[in-house]
Design a protein around this ligand. Structure first.
Ligand code: NAP
Length: 511
């Protein structure tokens, strides 16, 4: 009988939280609750509803391996379909009773005497648990541009991650800031709707084509009848993506030619889509492909051929109540400012989205601020016993997000089961193991694309304020898959359950 409200609390009901819950359930770790601040599951696929949002990683690898969906409508499934997929997975695995919506976690702290965690919620209540698993996402806190005058702008001002239902920009003059993975999806949906669209580009982006690819019915039927064909397709796509995308990150020098091929393909794509050579030049990055997240679009570049769309690459100086002023002194009066300016990825206090105080009372955000981002195998941090991260620093090792959710959840479940087997109260990664792994990661970075001058001027969010790349794990999916099953437990310290304090009865007050 556990003295806690729950053995496990999972924070966040996005893809990672759902995946963790399913893994725990399958392993017999059934005493858990999932806390979700919103009123529905789905995380990023619930919050981001801007027009044009589709996944830009082939859907064949964008699903749980144990919940294959043979009838994806497209190789790039739209947001609504992905949200439905999350909901369906929750139903199929009977997770609804475990979900508590409208539960925003404000802080969590480790109680050494109890050997567990207390979690304070926004409604003032508290919960206790033996194990705390954070799945609050690392791209969940929108990042607004730090531009003078933005708050005083009088027109519509919104971030792509907070798109209001039914927003109509027809006939309005729109300033569009940001040309990352979101910007290239959203801007084409506004071109031709807005009276005038000014796209403010700070850094150009390498773009590979993304042709519309509906999954043919015959293929869907084959996947349904012969599920192994879908598994095979998944394996091939995932292997190819990892080879092209990830090998280049981790073994940049050895496979530099892969990047040259990608750059050549991007240039060809651009020249096939944009007529004006001057414009093409302004849209061409001056840094190597792969410094920023590889992006794909077949409808972004053509918008710049339109007379009602303008590419602005003079830096933004400030906003006025009615418009935007660039460094060359030009004032563009606009009715709306749309910021597709991304998320606070590895920025202080964005991961997790609430303070987490470990054994010594130090907030994890402060610990990382002092000692740089680090987490053993991306999921455990020394000094934070019984606390685990779905997607902590150095956890992303593959292009298959779902694949990583599965390996991370399995690794965490193994720790929890090992604690149970040893009758231990706490499990904590050993300081030396964490330090050794961090040193190995830093050495590996020297072989990566970010080590030399190739990424100068890319402004990539992959590099944090320390010049580290916590968004990447120099590993591979097969390696992480094996580690999640067979890695030795010697890196973790298991401590006995603290003896309960004898209850001191208060003498009854006399008189
Ligand atoms: P992002 O990649 O961080 O891009 C933000 C954009 O805003 C960049 O172009 C950035 O310019 C620009 N920006 C930021 N502050 C600015 C300022 N003060 N002035 C001018 N420009 C400014 O964000 P994102 O496009 O939202 O993508 C974030 C991540 O979300 C992606 O990497 C991806 O992992 C995920 N995502 C996935 C999908 C999908 O289909 N699966 C779709 C969208 C997003 P700089 O380049 O100069 O910094």
């Amino acid at each position: 009988m556990t003295p806690f409200d729950h053995e496990i609390v999972i924070v966040g009901a996005g893809v990672a939280g759902i995946g963790a819950a399913i893994e725990f359930q399958r392993r017999g770790l059934t005493d858990f609750v999932i806390l979700e601040r919103a009123d529905e599951v789905g995380g990023t696929w619930r919050d981001n509803v801007y027009p044009g949002l589709t996944v830009d990683i082939p859907t064949l690898i964008y699903s749980y391996s144990y919940a294959q969906k043979p009838d994806w409508s497209s190789l790039w499934a739209p947001q609504a379909e992905l949200l439905d997929y999350c909901r369906d997975t929750v139903e199929t695995h009977d997770l609804r009773p475990r979900l508590r919506f409208g539960c925003e976690v404000l802080e969590a702290w480790f109680e050494a005497e109890a050997g567990g965690w207390r979690v304070r919620l926004a409604d003032g209540t508290e919960l206790s648990c033996r194990f705390l698993v954070n799945a609050s996402g690392y791209l969940s806190t929108p990042k607004w541009p730090d531009l003078p005058g933005l708050a005083a702008f009088r027109g519509t001002r919104l971030h792509s991650a907070q798109w209001p239902e039914g927003l109509d920009l027809a006939g309005r003059r729109v300033a569009f800031i940001g040309t990352g993975a979101t910007g290239i999806q959203l801007a084409p949906k506004l071109a031709g709707v807005a009276d005038r669209l000014h796209v403010f580009q700070r850094t150009p982006i390498w773009l590979l084509p993304k042709p519309a690819m509906r999954l043919p019915r015959a293929l869907q039927r084959t996947f349904r009848r012969l599920p192994w064909t879908q598994r095979l397709a998944r394996l091939l796509v995932s292997g190819f993506m990892d080879l092209v995308v990830f090998r280049r990150f981790t073994f940049y020098r050895q496979v530099a030619w892969l990047g040259w091929i990608a750059e050549w393909a991007c240039r060809r794509h651009l020249s096939g889509q944009v007529e004006d050579p001057g414009l093409r030049d302004r849209l061409t990055p001056r840094f190597a492909w792969g410094c920023k997240r590889p992006s794909f679009s077949s409808d972004y570049f053509p918008i710049f051929n339109r007379p009602d769309v303008e590419l602005v690459d003079d830096p933004i100086e400030r906003l006025t109540p009615d418009g935007i002023v660039t460094s060359d002194g030009t004032v563009r009066e606009v009715d709306a400012v749309i910021c597709a300016t991304g998320f606070q990825a590895f920025e202080k206090s964005a991961l997790p989205t609430y303070p987490v105080r470990g054994r010594d009372g130090e907030d994890l955000a402060d610990y990382w601020d002092r000692g740089r981002y680090q987490a053993f195998r991306g999921f455990a941090v020394h000094g934070y016993p019984n606390f685990f991260l779905m997607f902590g620093p150095y956890s992303v090792s593959s292009s298959s997000y779902f694949g990583m959710v599965e390996t991370t959840a399995r690794s965490i479940a193994r720790c929890l089961l090992e604690a149970r087997r040893r009758d231990a109260g706490t499990v904590e990664v050993d300081a030396r193991s964490q330090a050794q792994e961090f040193a190995r990661i830093l050495r590996a970075k020297e072989r990566s694309i970010w080590a030399g001058s190739a990424c100068r001027g890319s402004n990539t969010y992959y590099l944090d304020r320390f010049g580290d790349t916590p968004g990447f794990r120099p590993s591979s999916h097969p390696r992480e898959w094996l580690a999640s099953r067979f890695a030795p437990m010697k890196h973790f310290r298991f401590q006995p359950i603290p003896a309960p304090h004898p209850r001191v009865e208060q003498p009854a007050e006399s008189g």
